[in-house]
Design a protein around this ligand. Structure first.
Ligand SMILES: [Zn+2]
Ligand SMILES: [Zn+2]
Length: 283
């Protein structure tokens, strides 16, 4: 059996629904050897996951998924082997989360204008994990509970997604700035779910700018796109990563994909580790 790693998962530290240790337990059940915790703009779930990983014999890779914007789209940049215990790095992420909070305020305002009765307090009450890191899935859940939609998918289609009626795009850092932030901290910068952006020019631009890797294996990449990203990775010498983007459960079904359903070979983890060790040695 091939030994695999799921390099993309969310916990209650951002908009996932499982505790960090729970993600690690599921990884163990799925027969994985390694798991990355990549919450949106926070590393608050990493330490707990690493502890759980030590007990269960799962390697936990400290990660983060940074929200950026370019050409009117949300672009996500993954950071691997980031210094999750370093105060200055955490502070930089705190600044990014404030932007997310502002986005939520604007989103709720738009929903109210559309006649949806929902308050920021309703949504923030849903939050139990470390860091007040509220994302659109929390808002979707509230919309479901209030009976405006029947599923999270419908909430994104109708209101919260890129083409939804309440969608707002706030001022965010550029993907290039996120790449710099990650690399200057000694981490590896990887473009998340490139298939979602439908903008090959941008993908190539960011590769040339300095990405270390590309998330070739992700539920939102079509089979044709996977081939294209594998080709790009070879052409530019990028590390091919992969992960499920597991967000836990919202209702009975896993939101996004099940942990372990999209993976990278363990060899990918070794490449990321080697690269970041060399980078950290030069800091
Ligand atoms: Zn993402
Ligand atoms: Zn994600």
């Amino acid at each position: 059996m091939e030994i695999k790693a799921d390099l993309h998962s969310h916990t209650v530290a951002s908009d996932g629904s499982c505790q960090p240790a729970e993600n690690v337990r599921i990884a163990k059940e799925q027969g994985l050897a390694a798991l990355a915790i990549t919450d949106h703009d926070t590393v608050a779930g990493v330490a707990e996951a690493i502890e759980a990983g030590k007990e269960l014999g799962i390697e936990v890779i400290p990660g983060v998924e940074i929200s950026t914007a370019a050409k009117g789209q949300d672009i996500h940049v993954l950071g691997y082997f980031v210094p999750y215990d370093q105060e200055s790095f955490r502070e930089k992420l705190t600044g990014l989360r404030d932007v997310r909070h502002q986005r939520n305020i604007q989103l709720i305002k738009r929903l109210n204008e559309l006649g949806v009765e929902i308050t920021l307090e309703d949504v923030y009450r849903r939050k139990t994990g470390p860091d007040k890191n509220i994302g659109r899935p929390h808002i979707a859940e509230e919309l479901m509970e209030k009976g405006y939609v029947e599923s999270v998918a419908e909430a994104f289609d109708k209101y919260l997604g890129k083409t939804g009626s309440a969608y707002v795009n706030v001022e965010r850092i550029s993907p290039q700035q996120a790449i710099d932030l990650i690399k200057k901290s000694g981490g590896a910068a990887v473009l998340a779910h490139p298939g979602l952006y439908d903008d090959d020019e941008l993908v190539e631009e960011l590769i040339v700018y300095g990405l270390d890797g590309i998330e070739a294996y992700h539920p939102d990449n079509s089979p044709e796109q996977v081939k294209e990203y594998e080709r790009l990775a070879d052409e530019y010498g990028l590390i091919r990563t992969g992960g499920s983007d597991f967000h836990g459960y919202r209702g009975p079904e896993p939101f996004h994909a099940m942990l372990g359903s999209y993976t990278a070979p363990l060899d990918t983890v070794a490449k990321l580790r080697k690269l970041t060790e060399m980078r950290k040695a030069k800091l």
